[in-house]
Design a protein around this ligand. Structure first.
Ligand SMILES: Cc1cc2nc3c(=O)[nH]c(=O)nc-3n(C[C@H](O)[C@H](O)[C@H](O)COP(=O)(O)O)c2cc1C
Length: 194
């Protein structure tokens, strides 16, 4: 069976370093046989989660689209920038909306629980946004997402890519490709066991 992976970045910025890193990891997943769907959170135009908005208007159509996209995929490949030691608010907002009840009354959390995920991060700093991954892991863990130990944090990321958005350091590239491939293999094992 073909494993479907949703690739999502916490930064939709033009020239985003995290998006470039995510693209490399996605290539690794495709190399292992996965079908990868890259999505831009900015394209959903999600409102900030607000309980009053949900009570008055229901879960917004944008969030329902995101829920449907999560439902249609077996695994998650996530890149997150680090902002002040945490991970991107856009990602937290997206996870919060996905976790809300679906239109048919089924649980949004069920869209996340039991899915495999792999994380990458990129930062101009030395630690490559590693702290953001730790914070994101805690939240994904609470949601029942199975976060792989295979991950990559790219430090000095502003100097790491060439003009073709390829990683200059081939050892780093190999490690990032491995993250995507490991996610595909794990998702395949999970799918075979269900
Ligand atoms: C508000 C803000 C806070 C930041 N805090 C951190 C930080 O704590 N650690 C870090 O490594 N980089 C930090 N950065 C730098 C980001 O890692 C850098 O802007 C990165 O390129 C953002 O990811 P992107 O290129 O995918 O958009 C911060 C940037 C901003 C704008």
């Amino acid at each position: 069976m073909t494993i479907r992976i949703l690739a999502v970045s916490g930064s939709s910025r033009r020239g985003s370093l995290n998006q470039k890193l995510l693209d490399v990891a996605a290539r690794g997943a495709r190399g292992a046989g996965a079908a990868v769907t890259p999505v831009r959170l900015a394209d959903y135009a999600l409102p900030l989660y607000d309980g009053d908005l949900e009570a008055d208007q229901g879960v917004p159509a944008a969030a329902r689209r995101l829920q449907a996209d999560f439902a249609a995929h077996d695994a998650l490949l996530i890149a997150t920038p680090e902002y002040n030691g945490g991970y991107a608010a856009a990602l937290k907002n997206a996870l919060d909306w996905v976790s809300r009840p679906r239109q048919d009354g089924t649980s949004g959390v069920a869209l996340l629980a039991g899915k495999a995920a792999a994380l990458v991060s990129a930062s101009p700093g030395q630690l490559g946004g590693l702290r953001s991954q730790l914070a994101l892991r805690t939240v994904l863990d609470k949601l029942g997402v199975l976060v792989l130990p295979d991950a990559f944090a790219l430090g000095l990321a502003h100097e790491a890519f060439d003009d073709a958005a390829e990683l200059k350091d081939k050892a780093a590239e190999k490690a990032v490709l491995h993250v995507g491939a490991a996610l595909c293999r794990t998702a395949r094992r999970l799918a075979a066991g269900s």
